[in-house]
Design a protein around this ligand. Structure first.
Ligand code: F6R
Length: 637
C-alpha cells in the first residue's frame, strides 16, 4: 500500500509523485492486487470502482500481466464503473463498456455477470430507476473497497462536473464544455460527443474505503494543485476528496509540476541552492512581483521566503546580475552557432561553422509550428538542414479532404484520358466507404494512404518554402502509429531501427526534437522515447560525441523560463513568414479533426506562445523582441 504520511505543507490530500509512468502504474496495480488477494484469502469478494480514460490503461495492462504471469485471479472481484456516456449504442467503439472489455475484462478471469457499468442505451424515463438500482447494487455488495479515479481538466471525478454537490449520487448529468472537448478526438468531432452521461455521484465515490486518484501529464498540473492545495469547492469536485480519510493522489512529475513543493520548493522545505534552483527562484520572484530582475530588492527576497538565498550573496545586486546574465546568455540569433564568435557563453558552439542539422517532427507540421523561425534561420545561415517526419499523421485529415484528393486524381485521369482502373477502384471504394462511415470508425487502407499523402505533400511544400533540399526530407512513417485509430501500437524495435538509421545516415551536429516529456500517451512522447532510445544505441559512435540535442516544446505550452537554454528571437517579418509556412498545412487549417478545447488555429497558438515568451523575457528586464522560440538541451552522455 502506498505510504500515507503527508509531510508537505500546503497539501491537504496525501500525494505521492513518481518520475516514471511505468512505476506509477505498477505501484497502483500492486495495491489493487494486494486487496484482491487479501480478501480472497478470507473468502471475501473485492468490490472495485473502476475508471476509464487514458490514465488507467497502463494500470489495467499491469493487472492483466499479473493475471497471466503471477496467478492473480479476478474470480472474486466485483466491478462497478464510474460512468458511461448516455445514449450511445452499447457496442459503439467509444462506449465505456467497449473500453473496459478491450482494456481489462476480456483479458482476465473476471465474472462478467459481476461487472456493472451504468447503462448507455435505456430510455430517459428509466434512468432514475436505473441509477437508484446502481447505488443499491454497490451497497448490496458491501460498498466499494477501492475506487480508482482520474481527474478531468475541469476537476471532475467520474463525470461529476463542476457544480456537483457533495451529496450527489448516481445520476444523469450534462457534460460540460471542457469534458466534451477533451473527448472530441474519440468521436471525430466535438459535436459527436454525447451531451450527457450517467455517473456515480460524489457521495457514492466518497463512501469508498480507499480512493486512489491518478493524474499524469502537464495538462493536469493546474487542476491537481487546486484540488490538493486549494479550498474545498463544488467548482472543483476533486477537492471534495480532501474530506476523505483514505485517499491518495498519485502523480507523475508533470502533473505534480504546479504543486508548491515542486514549483516553489523554498516555501516548503530547505533547498540546496544550486544554479538551477537559484535561477528558478529569482525568475519566479520577478514574475510574481511583476518586476524586472535587476529591480528586485532585498526586501522582495526577504518577504517572499528567499532570505536563505539572499544570505549566500554579499549584495542583492550580485544575485540579480548573476541570474540576469544567465538569461541574457540564452538569447541567440544563431541557433547553429555564430561563426568566428567567442562561444564560451553562447548556447551553441561556433565550430563547425556549417553544421548538419536534423529536425525531428513527430507529425508533419510540428517542425514549422513549434520551431519555424529557428528552422528558417538554420537554413538561411547555411547549415545542411534535414527534416525527419516521424509519423504519417494520417488520422488527422478530414474525410471530405481525402475524398476531394481522390476525386482530383479521378478527374485528372479523365481529363487527360489516362486509363487507370486502379485509381477508379480506389475512388469508388472511398466513395462507398464514406457514404456509410460511422463516427470514429477506422478508415479503409486506401483512404489512410490518401490522408497520409495529403500530409506528406503539405510537409514537402513547407520544406520548399523554407528552402530545404528535397533530398533532405525524410518520411519515416513509423509503424507504431499506423493503426488507423487514436490508440497506437507500443513503440518497438522496427521504430527504433528506422530512427537510428536516419540519425546514422546524417551524422548530425545538432538534433532538434519535440520535447513533450509531459504527455505519457501522446504521439509526441512516444516519438521522443523513440529518439532517446535510438540515441542511446548510437551514443558511442564518434559522430555522436559531436552532436547536441535540443528539445522544443511540441504542444501548446512553452518551457518554463528558468529551464530555457536557447531562445531564438524573431522579428515581425520572421513571424509572418513562419505563419505562411504553417499555412502550407491546409488540411490542418480552418477547424481540424482534433481541435481540443482550444479554438485557435495552429498558427495563432504558435504566434501567441512565441510572443508570450518574448514578452516574458522583456518583463524580466531583457530586450524587447516580437517573438521567441525556446529550447532546452538534452544531455545524453
Ligand atoms: C472516466 C472518468 C473521468 C476520467 C477523467 C480523466 O471513467 O470518469 O473522470 O477519469 O476525465 O480522463 P483521462 O484519464 O483520459 O485524462
Amino acid at each position: 500500500m502506498l505510504n500515507q504520511t503527508n509531510t508537505f505543507l500546503f497539501e491537504k490530500i496525501h500525494t505521492v509523485i513518481y518520475s516514471s509512468a511505468e512505476i506509477l502504474s505498477k505501484t497502483i496495480a500492486a495495491e489493487i492486487a494486494d486487496i484482491i488477494t487479501e480478501k480472497q484469502s478470507r473468502g471475501e469478494k473485492t468490490v472495485l470502482g473502476l475508471a476509464t480514460g487514458s490514465t488507467p490503461k497502463e494500470i489495467y495492462k499491469e493487472l492483466i500481466r499479473m493475471y497471466r504471469e503471477e496467478g492473480l485471479s479476478f474470480k472474486n472481484v466485483v466491478c462497478f464503473n464510474l460512468d458511461e456516456y448516455y445514449a450511445l449504442p452499447a457496442n459503439a467503439c467509444q462506449s465505456y463498456r467497449q473500453y473496459m472489455k478491450e482494456n481489462l475484462f476480456n483479458h482476465v478471469d473476471v465474472d462478467m455477470s459481476l461487472c456493472f457499468i451504468p447503462a448507455t442505451d435505456i430510455i430517459q424515463q428509466d434512468v432514475k430507476k436505473h441509477c437508484e438500482a446502481y447505488e443499491e447494487k454497490i451497497a448490496a455488495f458491501g460498498g466499494l473497497d477501492f475506487q480508482l479515479l482520474g481527474i478531468g481538466r475541469n476537476g471532475h471525478i467520474g463525470f461529476n462536473e463542476p457544480g456537483s454537490h457533495i451529496n450527489s449520487v448516481t445520476r444523469l448529468i450534462t457534460l460540460d464544455f471542457t469534458t466534451r472537448s477533451d473527448a472530441a478526438c474519440e468521436f471525430g468531432t466535438k459535436s459527436n460527443v454525447p451531451r450527457k452521461a450517467i455517473t456515480m455521484g460524489v457521495a457514492t465515490i466518497m463512501k469508498a474505503k480507499r480512493i486512489v486518484l491518478v493524474a499524469m501529464g502537464e495538462r493536469k498540473a493546474e487542476i491537481v494543485k487546486k484540488a490538493v492545495e486549494g479550498p474545498v469547492t463544488e467548482f472543483i469536485p476533486a477537492s471534495y476528496l480532501q474530506g476523505h480519510n483514505n485517499t491518495t493522489f498519485v502523480l507523475d512529475n508533470s502533473a505534480a509540476a504546479a504543486l508548491t513543493r515542486i514549483k516553489t520548493p523554498w516555501l516548503t522545505d530547505d533547498v540546496n541552492w544550486d544554479v538551477k534552483t537559484i535561477k528558478k527562484a529569482v525568475t519566479h520572484l520577478a514574475i510574481t512581483l511583476n518586476k524586472p530582475i535587476l529591480k528586485l530588492t532585498a526586501n522582495d527576497y526577504n518577504e517572499n521566503g528567499l532570505s536563505d538565498l539572499l544570505a549566500l550573496y554579499k549584495q542583492v545586486h550580485d544575485l540579480n546580475i548573476d541570474v540576469f546574465n544567465q538569461l541574457q546568455q540564452t538569447i541567440t540569433g544563431w541557433p547553429g552557432g555564430k561563426p568566428g564568435a567567442d562561444d564560451t557563453n553562447r548556447p551553441e558552439r561556433a565550430w563547425p561553422e556549417k553544421k548538419r542539422v536534423l529536425i525531428f517532427s513527430p507529425h508533419p507540421d510540428d517542425d514549422i509550428i513549434s520551431m519555424g523561425g529557428t528552422f528558417q534561420r538554420l537554413v538561411d545561415q547555411g547549415h545542411e538542414v534535414h527534416v525527419a517526419y516521424q509519423t504519417s499523421g494520417n488520422i488527422a485529415v478530414a474525410d471530405d479532404e481525402a475524398f476531394r484528393f481522390a476525386e482530383f486524381v479521378y478527374d485528372f485521369n479523365n481529363q487527360f484520358a489516362i486509363k487507370s482502373p486502379e485509381a477508379e477502384n480506389i475512388f469508388s471504394e472511398a466513395l462507398e466507404f464514406l457514404k456509410t462511415k460511422e463516427n470514429g470508425k477506422k478508415d479503409i487502407q486506401s483512404l489512410r494512404y490518401i490522408k497520409g499523402l495529403i500530409r506528406k505533400g503539405e510537409a514537402k511544400s513547407t520544406c520548399r518554402f523554407v528552402g530545404v533540399h528535397t533530398d533532405n526530407i525524410h518520411f519515416l512513417n513509423l509503424p507504431f502509429y499506423e493503426t488507423g485509430t487514436i490508440e497506437k501500437k507500443p513503440i518497438g524495435e522496427e521504430d527504433y531501427r528506422i530512427i537510428a538509421n536516419c540519425i546514422e545516415s546524417i551524422k548530425p551536429h545538432q538534433i532538434y526534437a519535440a520535447g513533450d516529456l509531459a504527455d505519457p500517451h501522446g504521439t509526441h512522447k512516444v516519438c521522443l522515447d523513440g529518439i532517446f532510445e535510438a540515441i542511446h544505441r548510437l551514443k558511442y559512435n564518434d559522430f555522436m560525441k559531436d552532436c547536441r540535442v535540443w528539445l522544443y516544446k511540441g504542444a501548446w505550452a512553452e518551457w518554463d523560463i528558468d529551464l530555457i537554454e536557447m531562445a531564438v528571437p524573431m522579428s515581425p517579418d520572421q513571424v509572418l513568414k513562419k505563419r505562411y509556412g504553417i499555412f502550407k498545412h491546409q488540411s490542418q487549417k480552418d477547424g481540424v479533426v482534433f481541435q481540443g478545447a482550444d479554438s485557435r488555429e495552429f498558427w495563432q497558438r504558435a504566434e501567441d506562445r512565441n510572443r508570450e515568451t518574448a514578452c516574458l523575457y522583456n518583463k524580466l528586464g531583457l530586450a524587447e523582441y516580437e517573438a521567441m522560440e525556446a529550447f532546452v538541451r538534452w544531455h545524453f552522455a
